[in-house]
Design a protein around this ligand. Structure first.
Ligand SMILES: *Cc1c(COP(=O)(O)O)cnc(C)c1O
Length: 217
């Protein structure tokens, strides 16, 4: 199926309250344009360098999300244009985003990345760390960031029960935090291999790459 047809089909299949981020990492601009030409406007990259190149090459009404690990020294490069950072995993990083956003006279929306997988390689905060961050005075002082929700990745496994349990634990935590803040409206979970389970477990933002563009090489 073409990129065009896949996006149309995917959007017709997911519930209306679930937003789609089309993940463009490793794919060239012309291929991304095929996706853009379906009318889709939300794209995600996991590397800062690639994000900047694509931002420059592609139409300016694209809403760019950074979904991968972000180093503090790279924040200023994306601060002028990024719409949502999914991967905030420390107070230090959040402070830097706040500082750079202030210079740009913007408020940058962020998600806290929560570690729910059983893999050493995944980044993220524990539930306790996230609660501590949100309760801290330093966080409350920041005027140029807005934490709008949470992001999480399940373990890469064929064990659907495990994936389901990991997403469920994140959703439970998200529900708990929602009682303390009205701004937490986004739950980013689910990729090509597990988005159906993620939606069943309460995701409202899915990040899909290979299903749309084919396997990365
Ligand atoms: C690559 C990536 C995705 C998309 O993965 P696919 O399996 O290609 O859909 C989603 N989220 C993050 C953080 C990624 O790095």
């Amino acid at each position: 199926m073409s990129v065009y047809d896949t996006i149309k089909k995917l959007k017709s299949e997911i519930p209306l309250h679930v937003k789609l981020v089309v993940v463009t990492k490793t794919h060239p601009a012309e291929k991304i344009l095929n996706a853009y030409n379906t009318g889709h406007k939300i794209f995600g990259e996991n590397r800062v360098q690639e994000l900047i190149i694509k931002y420059e090459q592609l139409p300016k009404d694209i809403e760019w999300h950074l979904i991968g690990h972000l180093q503090t020294n790279k924040v200023k490069q994306i601060a002028p244009f990024v719409s949502l950072i999914h991967s905030v995993d420390s107070l230090k990083l959040l402070k830097e985003i706040n500082k750079c956003a202030e210079k740009e006279k913007r408020v940058i929306d962020c998600l806290l990345q929560i570690y729910v997988a059983k893999e050493e390689t995944k980044f993220g905060l524990s539930f306790e760390e996230a609660e501590g961050l949100l309760a801290s005075e330093e966080f409350k002082q920041m005027k140029n960031i807005c934490v709008v929700g949470l992001m999480g990745m399940a373990t890469l496994t064929d064990n659907e029960t495990q994936i389901k349990n990991e997403f469920r634990s994140l959703k439970t935590f998200y529900d708990k935090l929602q009682t303390t803040s009205s701004k937490l409206l986004t739950l980013s979970m689910g990729m090509s291999s597990d988005y159906k389970i993620a939606i069943e477990e309460g995701s409202n933002l899915i990040r899909i790459g290979s299903l749309v563009f084919g396997e990365r090489h």
